[in-house]
Design a protein around this ligand. Structure first.
Ligand code: ADP
Length: 538
């Protein structure tokens, strides 16, 4: 027997319409390139989003056609986040930190028809413009400089939009957005998110036991809106009606702490690199800022070092550790303590909190290794496979990468994990970063986290370097804290307290900084290249 409920499609349109009706006075604040603050409300956002959608439809945007953005986090990007999909188009956020050839490849592969670009990012457009085929380009003018020839002004385009525009009825399975994975091997691959997936993902982000966003929150997504849907937080803010703070291009610790202070941010989200800088600034002089007593942070994208989590706790800021991928929209797991775990010792609680956490509702997980499905015993390692309503089932128009899906339809994440009996996932490595020494696996992530707990270590990346006898051995690349000079001997001794001898790095290289990917993670391929010819002493 069927239920007697209405067949009501899960699309982004009701989220936008409700925000316009219920929260017209809630503010959206953007830090502009000149550092001044732009303020308007959800009411204004709602009105302008309709104008943009109307303009795009009049410009000929048809169902399923892609509109690209090259934009920082701003009110205009938020308008595109809703106007494009609610008008029936697909928002394609381009990661402009990639190499220009990759950006052009991605825009062409997705067949992007229109582009919206921040004026301060026009130099990136200039570098790709001869390789791409955007039909029309709309420039958001923050600096007031004149538009280059042939490009149109975003505000003028909006001003021409019809005010009687109504959104079309959409099917929940139509795509609403696209992102490409940066992929260190092969060509970037596209993921097309459906309205249904995005809506369910947005609900999930609001749950008290995941990110727990509410209408009373002041949310600052530092994670770029061009990367993995800003972890779903921009959508969640509009669904909940939270005050939204968008930091524009200013991602330094001073600027971010300034916003936390002036806007009384209660929830901020970003990768560990960002939070490392913020922690250092707080440690240097926390009295400079008056932060909201309930400020908490969602940190993900790469593992949260324990020392960082402890450091923020000392300043009364709780770190919520989350895991996800472009292919998982991205929210996959969140580390929150279960009932009863508050009675564990402090060390045990940190051990649980720095894990990647419990799979969120509707994301099913399993661990697969050579022996098949591994038990949840906290020790058996294997690849994490996932499935669920917001997990990609394939890449967009691509032959490549389809081997990531198992025959029975699970997505292989490439992350090597253990899951404990409580269900907490712990990433020990990415498949491509594991170190194989004498037939045994060494986890680079565990060594890195331990090293970053040392007082004289600012950052550490551990990589596999070829070794004649052992196949591979670990080499640690370390950025010392300012004013310190840690020695290899001292660090080896420090690690020796917690790790078997054969796990300890055979060598330490001290550097000024560690190269990063476009999304702020350690670029281990570059390190492996740099130290490929490393000669071992034995
Ligand atoms: P890319 O693959 O280009 O880095 P993604 O953002 O899709 O882009 O990265 C997903 C990967 O990032 C995951 O497969 C995992 O290896 C890593 N990752 C994400 N969150 C965490 C986390 N909390 N801890 C450790 N690794 C993480």
């Amino acid at each position: 027997m069927d239920g007697t409920m209405m067949d009501f499609p899960l699309t982004l349109t009701p989220i936008l319409e409700r925000a316009g009706k219920l929260f017209p006075d809630v503010e959206i604040v953007t830090r502009l390139p000149d550092k001044s603050l732009h303020r308007y409300s959800y009411g204004e956002f709602h009105r302008r989003t309709h104008l943009l959608a109307a303009g795009l439809e009049d410009a000929g945007l048809k169902r399923g056609e892609r509109v690209a953005t090259i934009m920082w986090n701003s009110y205009a990007h938020l308008e595109a986040y809703f106007a494009v999909p609610c008008a029936g188009g697909v928002l394609h956020t381009l990661n402009f930190r990639l190499h220009e050839n990759d950006i052009a490849y991605i825009a062409n592969h997705a067949e992007d028809r229109f582009l919206i670009v921040d004026d301060v990012l026009l130099p990136i457009y200039e570098r790709i413009k001869d390789k791409v085929k955007f039909e029309r380009v709309f420039v958001v003018s923050f600096t007031g400089a004149a538009n280059p020839d042939g490009l149109e002004n975003y505000e003028e385009f909006l001003a021409g939009g019809r005010t009687d525009y109504a959104f079309p009825e959409l099917d929940e399975n139509e795509a609403c957005a696209m992102c490409y994975t940066s992929g260190t091997t092969g060509r970037p691959k596209g993921v097309a998110y459906s309205h249904r997936a995005m809506v369910l993902h947005t609900f999930c982000a609001g749950l008290a036991d995941t990110i727990g966003l509410t209408q009373r929150d002041v949310l600052m997504p530092v994670v770029p809106m061009f990367h993995a849907n800003a972890w779903g937080l921009a959508h969640a803010a509009v669904m909940m009606g939270s005050k939204l703070i968008l930091p524009g291009p200013h991602l330094d610790a001073e600027s971010l702490l300034g916003l936390c202070d002036s806007e009384q941010v209660t929830l901020a989200a970003g990768v560990p690199t960002i939070w490392m800088g913020i922690l250092q600034a707080l440690e240097a002089d926390s009295a400079r800022w008056t932060l909201h007593p309930e400020l908490r942070t969602v940190v993900g994208g790469s593992a949260v070092p324990e020392g960082m989590m402890r450091g923020f706790d000392r300043h009364g800021i709780t770190t919520i550790h989350a895991w996800g991928m472009t292919e998982t929209t991205p929210l996959g797991s969140v580390s929150r303590l279960k009932r009863g775990m508050e009675n564990l010792s402090e060390d045990e609680r940190y051990q649980a909190r720095i894990k990647q956490g419990l799979p969120v509702p509707f994301v099913e997980v399993r661990v697969i290794n050579d022996e098949g499905e591994a038990p949840w015993d906290g020790e058996s390692m294997g690849e994490l496979q996932v499935r669920g309503p917001w997990i990609a089932a394939s890449y967009f128009n691509s032959e490549q990468g389809q081997d990531k899906w198992s025959e029975d339809g699970w997505f292989g994440t490439g992350d090597v994990v253990t899951i404990d009996k409580e269900g907490y996932i712990k990433i020990t490595d990415r498949t491509k970063d594991l170190i194989k020494s004498g037939g045994e696996w060494i986890s680079s992530v565990d060594l890195e986290n331990a090293l970053m707990g040392h007082d004289s270590v600012r950052e550490a990346a551990v990589i596999a370097v070829p070794h004649e006898k052992w196949t591979e051995r670990p080499l640690a690349v370390v950025v010392p804290m300012e004013g310190t000079e840690p020695s290899a001997e001292e660090l080896g001794k420090y690690l020796g307290r917690d790790f078997a001898k054969w796990w300890l790095p055979d060598a330490y290289e001290f550097v000024d900084d560690i190269p990063r990917t476009s999304t702020g993670k350690f670029l281990k391929t570059a390190l492996r290249e740099k130290f490929a010819a490393h000669m071992w002493r034995d």
